[in-house]
Design a binder for this molecule. Structure first.
Ligand SMILES: Cc1cc2nc3c(=O)[nH]c(=O)nc-3n(C[C@H](O)[C@H](O)[C@H](O)COP(=O)(O)O)c2cc1C
Length: 322
């Protein structure tokens, strides 16, 4: 269980925000395998106040997609306040502030992980959010900007003082990007320094690694990100594994194929056939990871129609079965 402000979540696993991935179809699919709490993709406060069409679409959710947090990115308190006003018209259950994104075009605008170098500014921005909403507000950070400036404890305390109800920490620095080892020690130190719940992020790729995150850091929750790529079963398997300690049983081929079809159709009903099939291509590769299906994966990257993709899903099942 996870308690973020007044928000009670039945599980301590969270689907982490992922730009270009965590859309409504992806969240719904993961929820059907036991994900209880998810976040939208990162929403730029600037784009939101400009009513950017793609950004508004990223705010779509439905009643099966709850509880749901929205993650915002920004660096100007006025713009952020206006964005929060707009978000009040939606049914989100929490707001997360992004102080973690390492992407150059984001940090060069002073947003995302750039705020790790400006704890006072980060705190003011967070206060601007907290004072403009009744929803619980969390913040997502990294361990620091680089190895010489690991300041997650300072940032965490500033966030807590600003009224944050929880903190997500990816145990890598901005300069590490997604490479190198996760620093469990810094997550543990942050957890021990704060009173608000701390959710660990980084290499939560298998039930065993998720348990390692809990054991090594004492964190209150774990955010699942790349571990859910073509693998929504990670939620169900982790819940079982944490309870029983038994090695999780992997889904069989027919369940994988059924889930692929479901995922494809969720994407198509949300984006239309053309875009839905194109977006599914990378998922085909992820679902078939570890299978002897190089040719099929290559064909999937060319597929343009639902029928074609369905055929390739069937062929995957057949080729691996025989
Ligand atoms: C494709 C991709 C997009 C991401 N987008 C976001 C984002 O929008 N907001 C965010 O806070 N983190 C984002 N992340 C970081 C993840 O939420 C997570 O913290 C990170 O991947 C570490 O977890 P993992 O090693 O288990 O994947 C993204 C990660 C990936 C791989």
């Amino acid at each position: 269980m996870l308690l973020i402000g007044q928000l009670r979540i039945a599980s301590s696993l969270v689907l982490s925000p992922m730009a270009g991935i965590s859309d409504l179809p992806f969240r719904l699919l993961n929820r059907s395998f036991g994900c209880e709490f998810a976040f939208t993709e990162m929403i730029s406060a600037n784009a939101l106040v400009r009513a950017n069409k793609n950004t508004l679409k990223m705010l779509s959710a439905n009643t099966d997609d709850s509880p749901l947090g929205v993650q915002i990115l920004g660096n100007d308190p006025d713009v952020i306040r206006r964005a929060i006003d707009i978000l009040s018209g939606y049914s989100f259950n929490a707001i997360d502030f992004n102080a973690a994104c390492p992407v150059q075009k984001v940090v060069s605008c002073g947003e995302g992980a750039a705020l790790l170098r400006e704890p006072v500014k980060m705190q003011k921005l967070l206060q601007a959010i907290v004072s403009n909403t009744d929803l619980p507000v969390t913040v997502k950070i990294r361990s620091g900007w680089d190895q010489t400036s690991v300041n997650a404890v300072e940032i965490g305390i500033a966030a807590q003082d600003a009224g944050a109800a929880g903190l997500f920490i990816h145990g890598r620095t901005r300069s590490q990007g997604y490479r190198g080892k996760v620093d469990y020690t810094i997550i543990r130190t942050v957890k021990e320094s704060l009173e608000i719940p701390v959710i660990g992020s980084g290499d939560a790729l298998t039930p065993e690694l998720i348990r390692k995150m809990f054991d090594e850091t004492g964190c209150d929750g774990v955010a699942v990100a790349r571990g859910a790529f073509g693998n929504p079963w990670i939620f169900r398997e982790t819940v079982d594994y944490l309870k029983s300690g038994r090695t999780p049983v992997r889904p069989g081929l027919s369940e994988i194929a059924e889930t692929m079809k479901k995922h494809l159709d969720l994407l198509i009903s949300y984006y239309g056939e053309n875009t839905g099939v194109i977006l599914f291509r990378k998922f085909y590769a992820w679902y078939s990871r570890g299978m002897p299906a190089k040719r099929l994966r290559q064909q999937a990257f060319q597929a343009a129609a639902r029928d074609e993709m369905l055929h390739l899903i069937g062929a995957l099942q057949a080729s691996v079965t025989v």
